[in-house]
Design a protein around this ligand. Sequence first.
Ligand code: AP5
Ligand code: MG
Length: 182
Amino acid sequence: MIIVLFGAPGVGKGTQAEILAKTLGMFHLSTGDAFRTAIKNQTEIGMVAKSYVDGGHLVPDDVTAKIVEEAMKTHGVSNGCILDGFPRTRIQAEALDAILSGMDMAVTHVVNLTVDYDTITQRLLARGRADDTEQVINNRLQVYENETAPLIEFYKNRGVLRDVHGLGTVEEVSARILSAVQ
Ligand code: AP5
Ligand code: MG
């Protein structure tokens, strides 16, 4: 199974991806985490990514797709993979198809987590990551609407989209996701 956890910033992709990966014994790949690690370690990719992540803008598609391809090839995805925060553009979605088709695989489920923007903003301000300031959160939400939300239609047309309500306790949301992918 290749499961994409999809949704706006702060809907709970990371929280749920970690739980789902443990429950199903699958590889969890978060592009946001990968960029934060690269920035911390001051790698070449980290240097490129820093200004985009700090401002809440998307890191260029080619850089992002490369990091995903390398991680998938290194870890292997034959036991399945939970993608968290990728793809976020049409170009990334097509790059993912190309990577997976080279492995005789395809996206099986796109879990579209939905939470209202007021709750999202409260959650992120309370978390307080470096990019969780009011201005950067607003940028991230705007980027989500412009660049990422159109993928909902793209995956709906393929019949792999599953809408999951993201409000409630972490456990309640996990149970909804599990039943959506089983
Ligand atoms: P990324 O790290 O992916 O950030 P994001 O999309 O803004 O999402 P978050 O990680 O903030 O939220 P989440 O949905 O994971 O929610 P979480 O579980 O943490 O990306 C960061 C940056 O990296 C981007 O802006 C971009 O620059 C770059 N980037 C990443 N991927 C990219 C890509 N594909 N292409 C280009 N650039 C890319 O939960 C949020 C908070 O809510 C937490 O405090 C959590 O404890 C809490 N919470 C979770 N669930 C619940 C619940 N049920 N009830 C109450 N609180 C909850
Ligand atoms: Mg996250």
